[in-house]
Design a protein around this ligand. Structure first.
Ligand code: ADP
Ligand code: MG
Length: 377
């Protein structure tokens, strides 16, 4: 199995992209290491495809540098960059069979027939499509076409493979299977993958690191567990998995122990780097939220059990707070559930929260609320 190396394979340096007055990628800086599986994750329209196309050379940068293996390639056309792209819609040639589709790049480069035969054969086994040489795209399923598209890109032996939502058109079961296969293939070949998706679960499953994009900027970059457990911004906390988010104010600090209040009560959390009276977001994952019939020291947060939702291996309980905010709590199915309508105390372990700085705009909104909050912690 190939390992991620220290060598930087692809680097984006202060990259901007504008379409007219519309700045869609803003001062992007990113270093991708050799053999790494790097995912750009974000909602539709945040600039993922544009970024990938600038790496591939299908799109010019407005400013900044795209560096591949130490060389600035902004003035080079796509075919002179050692990268290949797999698109969501496969982009196979409909009039060519599987063999000719995969062989296309090599034929163009005038590689000799025997070598082409051998390399196409290798690719077909790699993507488990032996025997499909004479099929046309219209005679294959979505999953099979996607495998051929991957083989067609890999046959050129690129150092970097760019993949734009390559599994987006597949149904859930096949998508999950292909996620595992693709990840395995990437490890086996040691090729650097730059993978684009809007599917947070997919990114968590496959990546060495995830770059979370929002509105043309990278809000956080890091390994999946760090992104999930230590989101750096409210957007990341919201976008990756589910979160219960409270807008709160720090009322006292004792070492790493913060007491915070919010509209519906108060709590203790553990965090450092915050100031007395600072406005913060408190984010708690549904699997970390707990409730109890009896009051819990350090917490003053009361709600009503509104409903239970069965989702296979877990059950979700919705707890409604007096201000109408719904909290999500998830439990393994089979855990005894509190009856609907029951009044409960909500709490969590102090370490199971993420505390985030707010921006000025939120601060302004909160200042108006603060006097109404009664300090009861
Ligand atoms: N060729 C183009 N001309 C004008 N605007 C574009 C063009 N391509 C993309 N955009 C705009 O750039 C933004 C980012 O698009 P894109 O990179 O495709 O997002 P994503 O892949 O994250 O969904 C969007 O607002 C989109 O409308
Ligand atoms: Mg896109």
């Amino acid at each position: 199995m190939a390992q991620v190396s220290e060598k930087v394979m692809v680097e984006l340096h202060n990259v901007d992209k504008s379409y007219g007055d519309n700045k869609v990628v803003k001062n992007l800086n990113l270093q991708i290491q050799e053999g790494e599986f790097l995912t750009m994750l974000g909602p539709s329209g945040c600039g993922k495809t544009t970024t990938l196309r600038m790496i591939a050379g299908f799109e010019d940068v407005t400013a900044g540098a795209v560096i591949i293996e130490g060389e600035n390639v902004v003035n080079k056309p796509p075919y002179q960059r050692n990268v290949n792209t797999v698109f969501q819609n496969y982009a196979l040639f409909p009039h060519m069979n599987v063999y000719d589709n995969i062989a296309f790049g090599l034929t163009e480069k005038k590689v000799n027939k025997e070598e082409i035969r051998q390399r196409v054969g290798e690719m077909l086994s790699l993507v488990q499509m032996d025997g499909y040489e004479t099929r046309r795209p219209s005679q294959m399923s979505g999953g099979q076409k996607q495998r051929v598209a991957i083989a067609r890109a890999l046959v050129n032996r690129p150092k970097v493979l760019l993949l734009d939502e390559p599994l987006g058109a597949l149904d859930l079961k096949l998508r999950k299977q292909m996620q595992v296969e693709l990840k395995h293939l990437q490890r086996q070949l040691g090729i650097t993958f730059v993978y684009v998706t809007h599917d947070q679960e997919e990114s968590l499953t496959m990546s060495d690191r995830i770059a979370v994009m929002n509105n043309g900027v990278i809000e956080q970059i890091g390994p999946p567990d760090k992104i999930y457990n230590r989101p750096a911004t409210k957007f990341v906390a919201d976008f990756i998995g589910e979160s219960n988010i409270f807008e709160a104010s720090v009322v006292s600090i004792n070492g790493d122990n913060l007491k915070v209040i919010f509209e519906t009560g108060g709590a203790e959390v553990s965090a450092s780097g915050f100031n007395q009276d600072e406005m913060v977001y408190i984010s708690v994952r549904p699997e970390k939220l707990k409730c109890s019939i009896d009051a819990v020291p350090g917490f003053n947060l009361r709600g009503t059990v509104k409903e239970h939702i069965y989702v296979g291996s877990i059950s979700k309980t919705i707890i409604e707070l007096p201000n109408g905010q719904n909290l999500k709590m998830s439990l393994l199915t089979g855990t005894p559930l509190l009856p609907q309508g029951e009044n409960v105390w909500v709490y969590w372990e102090k370490d199971d929260t993420v505390v985030l700085h707010t921006n000025e705009e939120t601060l302004y909104n909160l200042i108006e609320q603060v006097p109404k909050i009664e300090v009861r912690v």
